[in-house]
Design a protein. Structure first.
Length: 373
């Protein structure tokens, strides 16, 4: 397993925590055509211990869902991430900032998750639930080391990494919601902790998921609900650690790629020096030329130091380690969601939901059973 990709893409495993609860709500029945239903609710002796104020809500004409629920859901997600403030060191030596010379191509992961959620209505307008989810992710990331020459930037070394790993998420959430005449608003929010064996501490997250929808009732208790909304994920971004070089890269042919990279760095340094030496003293005092020269030397030094340290580490592969720190986030903080649910009766519901934006796509499928106590 490639452990360094765990901090880079653990954000994608949070898909197991996304709001997967089937959409239920306390609905205020209105309209002359529903007069019989309203009278029935007002005369109903509410039989369950929850929600608190359930009796008063039914007397006021609210049709309440069963107070307890069990949800089982499947989720697929594909998402891009952004990595900043990357620093790398070898064998506990100095760490070098890689932001100027390292680029990540196609940092994209696919995740699959199974989610179990028990829930209950504490009040007629407040649902509380628990989160227990298991996730699996597959990720591939290409890393390029880039340095300047006299005219432009070029790639002097490329490395490929890949990871397959599992995670377990626990957490809790609350959903304030209200419905009137079949229209409803829900403001789902939850907190979670995603645990991976290779990380010292669980990853903490916060999700906010507002939805606005409409339910259409058919015969008896059958109903179809549709909704639109948004999804926002906040994750703690800082990550650091240490791992063996052999767990970071495919070492086959690695020494050759490093030596070729060092040769490219030396050639670029010669081109930069030749360009600078060919400038007149007046041209060398030009702030633009001076900044270009200083930037070139700084990035070439960083690339050379990193590759030399990397080369020493590969020579002592069995005992060499890599130290790293980085900040990570999703490419898109928000995405849109659209969903639908079929209610067979007040016990059983099936739902599907799609999330989409340029850099993240999700699909949710779920089954819920509700009951009263």
């Amino acid at each position: 397993m490639n452990k360094i990709l765990i901090p880079l893409t653990v954000v994608l495993l949070i898909c197991s925590q996304t709001p997967l609860q089937a959409q239920t709500f306390s609905n205020k029945v209105v309209g002359d055509k529903n007069a019989d239903v309203i009278d029935s609710l007002k005369n109903l002796e509410y039989p369950y211990v929850l929600p608190i104020l359930g009796k008063k809500a039914t007397k006021a004409g609210f049709d309440l869902p069963y107070p307890f629920g069990i949800n089982i859901n499947y989720l697929w997600q594909k998402s891009d991430i952004v990595i900043n403030n990357l620093e790398i060191g070898f064998n506990n030596g100095p760490k070098y900032n890689m932001d100027e010379i390292v680029s990540f191509n196609g940092a994209t992961s696919e995740s699959n998750a199974l989610n179990f959620r028990p829930d209950f209505w504490l009040f007629p307008f407040l649902n509380i639930y628990g989160i227990f989810a298991k996730s699996k992710t597959s990720t591939n990331v290409d890393i390029n080391i880039n340095v300047p020459d006299s005219d432009s930037w070029k790639t002097v070394a490329s490395f490929q990494t890949e990871a397959n790993f599992n995670a377990f998420t626990t957490g809790f959430g609350i959903t304030p919601t209200i419905g009137i005449g079949g229209g409803w608003l829900a403001l789902d929010m939850n907190f979670g902790w995603t645990d991976i064996d290779e990380l010292d501490r669980p990853v903490k997250t916060f999700i906010f998921d507002p939805r606005l929808g409409k339910a259409f009732k058919f015969k008896k208790q059958q109903m179809v609900a549709i909704w639109v909304g948004g999804f926002r994920l906040k994750i703690n971004s800082g990550t650091s650690g240490s791992l063996p070089i052999g767990d970071l890269f495919n070492t086959e042919g690695l020494d050759t790629r490093i030596e070729n990279g060092l040769t490219e760095v030396d050639q670029s340094r010669q081109e930069v020096d030749a360009w600078w030496d060919n400038l007149t003293p007046v041209e060398q005092t030009n702030p633009v030329n001076k900044a270009k020269y200083e930037t070139a030397n700084r990035t070439l030094d960083a690339a050379g130091n990193m590759l030399n340290s990397f080369s020493d580490g590969v020579d002592r592969l069995s005992t060499s380690t890599v130290q790293y720190s980085l900040d990570k986030k999703q490419e898109d903080l928000w995405n849109f969601i659209v969903g639908a649910q079929y209610q067979l009766n007040k016990h059983w519901m099936i739902r599907g939901e799609f999330g989409f934006v340029e850099h993240r796509n999700t699909f949710v499928g779920g089954l819920q059973y509700r009951f009263g106590l």
